[in-house]
Design a binder for this molecule. Structure first.
Ligand code: FAD
Length: 441
């Protein structure tokens, strides 16, 4: 029986390899770390979370919650690892990043049908089926090969990562625990700012020295991960309506709502590390220390990791891929992950799941399946492969990508709940067909 090659043991590649191996097919999994690394990865573990430790909303009335629930139904390794390594984060599914990645690494390296190769792949594999899941920081030599395949119809933009501070170095006399509107278990640490503190901070932030953008690359900031200084430059109050929004975060002692609030989210089980929510940045490191130490409670903060900024590469999927994630021009060659133009950890893993199932099906002489349009997986795959190719931009999952209900429901939460119910029932039917070997299309 055919073997499948998977390139990249990130979020997408790990999930793809798991789905293939669990269907009885041998996998050659290539991961270049630790031989070569990327500018954002810090370990040799699979599925490393390069920035936030949150996989976002947990409930199915939220589209990313629905996507995760579908992944659970599809025996996802990434979701299993996340559920086992969950840390408190209000309504979000956040994880202990090391425990999460270690679990995935162990499950794949111990799998009897997975062979791991720690090597950089330099060319598109000749042998198919193959899944390319080399991520937004694909090594330059492979990027060049993909650009050739894609007809140089290749896009790029910048992404930025938030700094992480050491819990012990925080001044808890200035910081208070609370979750917005009391949702969750006072999971966040809140740094309240007076008007004067905020204005000084804002002034220093917008005037701080930034890392230079290379001449040959155009800086296009994806709105979902915009550097905090870039957002601040839009106006003095922009941050107060964004990541520094104080509403629902009354001070527990004074009962007053601060002028602005900076939130810190627990980053590991031991609660020794916290990331500064929404503070992805490309300020120079000494500037990050100087400016972020102006935040109340962070005067003596020790930085476990500074924020960074990187090139993020993705292909023009509407031109290149079918909704099964197989390329239009080379049968048996699949792409998965952020490189396809999905945006986010969960979306990357979900696309790896689809590509993995379909690569395994091809290896078993079966047709790849198109996920139903009314499931979150189907909607996401359709979006990235059927959007307008002109100005194609990466996309997070959202309910706007799924077909509307055939009847009107006023309440948004109820409406989303019904869409989620429909999606899960549609997915159940697909899983039954897959299990019975009767899926055809
Ligand atoms: P990756 O997880 O990057 O996996 C790709 C793997 O391929 C890597 O392990 C890499 O080493 C390997 N590889 C690359 N080239 C080769 C080669 N030639 N041969 C062999 N192996 C190779 N999303 C969020 O939801 N939340 C965030 O906070 C967030 N922050 C981000 C911050 C940064 C700096 C970046 C760049 C992205 C961020 N993203 C975030 C977006 C995205 O979710 C992540 O990049 C995610 O890791 C993408 O998953 P992936 O599997 O596509 O790629």
């Amino acid at each position: 029986m055919a073997k499948v090659t998977v390139i990249g043991a990130g979020l997408a590649g790990s999930e793809a390899a798991w789905q293939i191996a669990e269907r009885g097919i041998e996998v050659d999994l290539y991961e270049m770390r630790p031989v070569h690394s990327t500018p954002a990865h810090h370990s040799d573990l699979f599925a490393e979370l390069v920035c936030s430790n949150s996989l976002r909303a947990a409930n199915v009335e939220n589209a990313v919650g629905l996507l995760k629930e579908e992944m659970r139904q599809l025996n996802s390794l990434i979701l299993k690892a996340a559920d086992l390594n969950r840390v408190p984060a209000g309504g979000a599914l956040a994880v202990d990043r090391e425990g999460f990645s270690r679990y995935i690494t162990q499950m794949l390296t111990a799998h009897p049908r997975v062979t791991v190769h720690h090597a950089e792949v330099a060319a598109i594999p000749e042998e198919v089926p193959a899944v390319i899941a080399s991520g937004p920081l694909t090594s330059p030599v492979l990027s060049e090969a993909i650009a050739e395949l894609a007809g140089h119809d290749y896009l790029y933009f910048y992404d930025a990562a938030a700094p992480i501070v050491v819990g012990e170095s925080l001044n808890m006399d200035k910081i208070y625990r609370a979750s917005r509107y009391g949702k969750g278990d006072e999971d966040y640490l809140n740094c309240p700012m007076t008007k004067e503190e905020y204005e000084l901070f804002w002034h220093e932030l917008v005037n701080a020295e930034r890392t230079a953008v290379k001449n040959f690359e155009k800086a296009i900031f994806f709105e979902g991960c915009m550097p905090v200084e870039e957002m601040a430059s839009r106006g003095i109050d922009t941050l107060r309506f964004g990541p520094l929004k104080p509403v629902g975060l009354k001070h527990p002692v004074t009962g007053e709502t601060p002028h602005a609030v900076i939130q810190l989210r627990q980053d590991n089980f031991a609660a020794t590390l916290y990331n500064i929510v929404g503070f992805q940045t490309h300020l120079k490191w000494p500037e990050q220390k100087r400016v972020f130490q102006l935040i109340p409670g962070l005067k003596k903060a020790e930085f476990a990791r500074y924020g960074v900024m990187h090139r993020n590469t993705y292909i023009n999927s509407p031109r290149i891929l079918q909704s099964t994630l197989e390329t239009k021009t080379r049968s048996g060659l699949f792409f998965a992950g952020q490189i396809t133009g999905v945006e986010g950890y969960v979306e990357s893993a979900a696309s790896g799941l689809v590509a993995g199932i379909n690569a395994a099906r091809l290896a078993m002489q079966q047709h790849p399946v198109e996920f139903p349009a009314d499931t979150a997986h189907g909607a996401l795959c359709r979006y990235i492969t059927q959007a307008s190719p002109d100005g194609f931009q990466p996309m997070n999952i959202n309910f706007g990508l799924l077909p509307p209900l055939e009847y009107r429901v006023k309440d948004k939460k109820q409406k989303n709940g019904l869409i989620a119910e429909r999606a899960l029932s549609s997915l159940k039917k697909l899983i039954e067909k897959l299990d019975n070997g009767i899926a055809q299309n």
